[in-house]
Design a protein around this ligand. Sequence first.
Ligand SMILES: Nc1ncnc2c1ncn2[C@@H]1O[C@H](COP(=O)(O)OP(=O)(O)OP(=O)(O)O)[C@@H](O)[C@H]1O
Ligand SMILES: [Mg+2]
Length: 241
Amino acid sequence: MLEVDDIHVYRGRTYVLKGISLRVTRGEIVALIGANGAGKTTTLRTISGLLHPRRGHIRYRPEADGPELELDRLPAEEIVRRGISHCPEGRGIFASLTVRENLLVGAYLRRDNRGIEDDYRRVCDLFPILGQRAGQAAGSLSGGEQEMLAVGRALMSRPRLLILDEPSLGLGPLVVETLFATLADINRRGVTILLVEQNAVMALELAHRAYVLETGRVTLSGSGEELAADPEVRRAYLGGA
Ligand SMILES: Nc1ncnc2c1ncn2[C@@H]1O[C@H](COP(=O)(O)OP(=O)(O)OP(=O)(O)O)[C@@H](O)[C@H]1O
Ligand SMILES: [Mg+2]
């Protein structure tokens, strides 16, 4: 579904991604893990069209039997239109808008009002708290509730591929468990997921496959299980032993 092929990305004058390649198969949950500054966010932002590779290509096939698109040539909003939705690091909630208004921002590019209302109800089924707080300012939600709002907003564009940048950041263990169970549920309903996580234990449990990034390069890849058992990964990301 998605093929990142040897991308090299600069941020300002800094050479950040030094040839990253990875793939996501339709239906999968794929995790990227790695230390602070490894280039995880940069990778996601390049896929979404917010940054552009100096070298390399990103290919995306929205439908299994449809044509392939070269994402590195498309503007970000066109990439959203083709079914890729990005839930950013830090959530990017509009604090003074209501919960419902924030969700509707996610449907900004859609014109099918019926479908938007259907998806709104579906998001409120997935995250009941969002329906209960629909008229409340989003800034008054707790951190966990704001993360659910950010995921819900990303779903409002009806994505085929959902990209999540550190959804568990700042959340307590119980909230993280609920959130990850919901991500598994979203995936079972047909949404492919690419996720970046600091919480490597949870990410490797959830993901079918994962990649380890170190200073702008992929150093390891494998199934979630394989990586969780890898001594190097255990030492560096899973707290030893
Ligand atoms: N606007 C920028 N200008 C220059 N360098 C930048 C810029 N943004 C990020 N970088 C650098 O690029 C590198 C990768 O950053 P990135 O945000 O992709 O890392 P990350 O893996 O997401 O880290 P974290 O786990 O802390 O979120 C870092 O060394 C960072 O300092
Ligand atoms: Mg990051």
